[in-house]
Design a protein around this ligand. Sequence first.
Ligand code: ZN
Length: 117
Amino acid sequence: MEQYCRRCGVKLEEGMRFCPSCGAAVTEAYPGQVSGAAPRPRTAGSNGLAVAGFVVSLVSLLINFLGIVGIVGLILSGIGLSQASREGDNRRGMALAGVIIGALSTLWGFFNIIRLF
Ligand SMILES: [Zn+2]
């Protein structure tokens, strides 16, 4: 079975005790073999939504496709915000910024639509 450094991901030869790339100590247990030993990184869920909403809102402000993208960013950020505040997430500020930027972008888009007619 192949083993990889848990810090930098470099492939390790069998019997190696230290990573040749980053110098991290090689642990005997493979991730997943020992139950509960491998910590799961918190990536999905509210964090992802808050970031996605923020990014979409920001992009919509730049390209401003008649506010349609802004609405998507507003919705994503809104969901992200509600989840972040429920879990006490530190990404709450980012989600809040996404809501504000998304709302502004949507308003600006609507303004442009009205101006067309
Ligand atoms: Zn390494």
